[in-house]
Design a protein around this ligand. Structure first.
Ligand code: MN
Ligand code: MN
Length: 461
């Protein structure tokens, strides 16, 4: 054999995904991403994503889970976890004892939550006090248009849903930054301190009501909130309000190959999972899609992936078939669908480029996450990686390998460890992202689409 022939038969030669698709697939990618963007523009919080998933699921024939319900192959069931997370199942033809195929993503994203007692006036400017949620660079959040999303429960128990800043006619909210002319001291600080946690206070207004006494600007803002939502100040105590970047996704690049948007991490994988689940016919093994909350702060709490709500749901399904939950889990597989860092040529020194995911090379499989000596990682076995390789090859999924940065540079985690702790074989996979955790993140349309195909292949494996 010549060296050329040996090279072809022995060595890997990764190719850009665009050289591996035809014109018809290019159109499918665009159509899929148009739907994805509509979902993104409608859903910026875990609550909004959960509500959207329930509405779409019901259109596709899904029914709510109830303990003691009968199940049959082809049944479509969803479990709403307190309006903040959801798991959906399409019951397969084989017994649950043979295991289930799971895709697990999260629908919470880094943001600025509003404190329980937030409204105050200072120097005749009214503010809400913020508390950041998840891993953000705080300095990225001032001077960009922000929208207020969330829910408030009034004292009488009635619910108010708040959205301010998304309609073209809405005002937006904003956090101020210091002018460079007076920033001599600020510019000497480390990036972590340039904007401090207690400076994430958002301007609500500046016009005082007519009258005497203190805090007439604050009073004006409260009056406006009362007129629109019938709220009083005490109602903030039983609220979940959050500041997110205002506005919609946009195509990026003259070739329109990328999408900018808030919270691709991890709604880009959540949407891929849901879309794929709605596409499949009755699978052999039961297919389960999870949209979890609280991943960005450690998957803790009743709506996070460490919560036993997942056991409650799957155990309920198992009971209908007289199957032990532990038998089901031990034969199950989970694709922990979460984003990875796309290689960024502006910071090549942070990555091992031989092992980093790249834009347009397809869904990124991350054998392990963690930090330092794989600390905290769910390290997928050779068997699990082999299963993925075979499944994706058979389904024609364009995929690539990924690691999160060079050794000792940093690290991170996903829900993978919590699925693996349940005795479920788990592999991390997802869409490569530029500017992850920034107010606006970037993803490639091709990678979004291939991640959806990957989820579909896992459901049908
Ligand atoms: Mn994530
Ligand atoms: Mn994240």
């Amino acid at each position: 054999m010549t060296s050329e022939e040996l090279r072809d038969s022995l060595l890997m030669a990764p190719k850009n995904g665009f050289s591996r698709i035809d014109e018809a697939q290019r159109k499918e990618i665009d159509a899929y991403c148009k739907d994805y963007v509509a979902f993104m523009d409608a859903c910026k919080t875990e609550r909004e994503a959960t509500a959207w998933a329930i509405a779409e699921a019901e259109k596709h024939g899904f029914k709510p889970f109830a303990t003691g319900m009968d199940i049959q192959a082809g049944d479509k069931i969803y479990y709403n976890n307190r309006n903040k997370a959801i798991a959906l199942a399409v019951i397969g033809t084989s017994s649950l004892a043979e295991g289930i195929n799971i895709c697990a993503a999260h629908v919470d994203s880094p943001r600025i939550d509003i404190k329980p007692n937030p409204l105050y006036e200072e120097s005749e400017i009214a503010y809400l006090k913020g508390h950041y949620y998840g891993g953000i660079k705080k300095y990225q959040w001032p001077t960009i248009p922000l929208a207020l999303h969330g829910v408030v429960y009034r004292k009488d128990g009635t619910l108010v849903t708040v959205t301010i800043g998304e309609e073209d006619t809405d005002p937006v909210l904003m956090i101020s930054d210091l002018l460079p002319h007076l920033a001599a001291d600020q510019m000497q600080k480390t990036a972590a301190k340039v904007i401090e946690g207690e400076q994430l206070n958002v301007i609500m207004g500046t016009e005082p009501l007519e009258g005497e006494g203190a805090d007439l600007v604050k009073l004006h803002i409260m009056k406006l909130l009362n007129e629109k939502y019938a709220l009083v100040e005490e109602d903030f105590l039983s609220a979940e309000l959050t500041l997110v970047p205002a506005g919609k996704c946009r195509d990026v690049g003259l070739d329109r190959s990328l999408i900018s948007g808030y919270g691709h991490d991890d709604r880009v994988c959540a949407y891929a999972e849901l879309y794929a689940l709605f596409q499949i016919d009755t699978p052999a093994k039961t297919a389960v899609c999870i949209l979890a909350d609280k991943e960005e702060i450690g998957s803790v709490g009743v709506s996070g992936m460490q919560s036993k709500y997942f056991e409650h749901f799957i155990e309920g399904l198992c009971e209908a078939q007289n199957v032990k939950l532990s038998d089901c889990f031990s034969n199950s597989f989970c694709l922990s669908a979460d984003v990875s860092n796309a290689f960024d040529p502006n910071w090549p020194e942070t990555c091992d480029r031989r092992n980093n995911s790249k834009l347009n090379y397809g869904v990124a499989i991350c054998k392990y996450t963690g930090s330092r000596g794989k600390g905290g990682a769910s390290d997928a076995s050779a068997e699990a990686m082999g299963h993925i390789r075979t499944t994706f090859a058979n389904a024609g999924v364009i995929w690539q390998i990924a690691t999160l940065g060079k050794v000792d540079q940093g690290g991170g985690g996903t829900v993978a460890a919590y699925m693996a702790n349940r005795n479920i074989v788990t592999v991390d996979a997802g869409v490569p992202v530029l500017s992850m955790h920034a107010p606006l993140e970037l993803v490639s349309k091709l990678d979004c689409y291939e991640t959806m195909l990957a989820c579909k292949a896992i459901y049908l494996a």
